[in-house]
Design a binder for this molecule. Structure first.
Ligand SMILES: [Zn+2]
Length: 189
């Protein structure tokens, strides 16, 4: 039997927002994808950040805590309001932790490492720094919420036209396009 969640991680390519994607269907039936410390390890591995082999329950808590602060902050900006002071200071505090450092291996390969005993703090620092960069540029109007029914994922539109309405075209966008296509087919004109 697999201990993996029924829904696997998805990524839009913007680190800090991708962390918020670990709660799916937040608006309709919130589904926690970081259910265990092992999920935390899998997520950091997937985004290429070093994390402890066996994250602690505290690491799980810290990761979810930063995720929720980023989600609330991004939601505030999408809705045209200000980020709450508590969320801003949590993100700032996480970003102030030293991030992972590069190590040159004997094979001449660079890998990322972190001081022992630091848990997920270095990796969370990278996520928090990305959030700060993202939020400081939020005036560009490209931080949005997916228009997909039931989706509500937050994304940053990096496309040149900047008119994206969907978290990722392969999922919501496609589904919406298919629906529009079916609706057109039904239309007698
Ligand atoms: Zn979506």
């Amino acid at each position: 039997m697999s201990d993996r969640p029924a829904i696997d991680f998805q990524f839009g390519g913007r680190l800090s927002l991708d962390l918020t994607w670990t709660v799916r269907y937040r608006a309709v039936f919130p589904t926690e994808l970081l259910a265990t410390p092992a999920d935390v390890r899998r997520w950091f591995e997937a985004v290429g950040l070093p994390a402890p082999d066996r994250p602690s329950v505290a690491d799980l808590h810290d990761t979810r805590e930063l995720r929720e602060a980023i989600h609330r902050a991004a939601t505030a900006l999408v809705e045209g309001s200000r980020i709450q002071a508590a969320d801003r200071s949590l993100i700032n505090r996480r970003a102030a932790t030293p991030p992972p450092f590069p190590v040159l291996t004997a094979d001449g390969v660079r890998r990322w490492d972190m001081a022992t005993g630091t848990g997920t703090a270095p990796a969370l620092s990278v996520v928090a720094r990305d959030a700060i960069e993202l939020f400081a540029a939020a005036g560009d109007g490209r931080l949005r919420r997916c228009s997909g029914p039931q989706c509500s994922l937050l994304f940053h539109d990096d496309s040149r036209p900047g008119a994206r309405r969907w978290c990722a075209t392969a999922r919501c966008g496609n589904r919406a396009n298919t629906k529009a296509y079916r609706d057109r087919r039904r239309d007698p004109v």
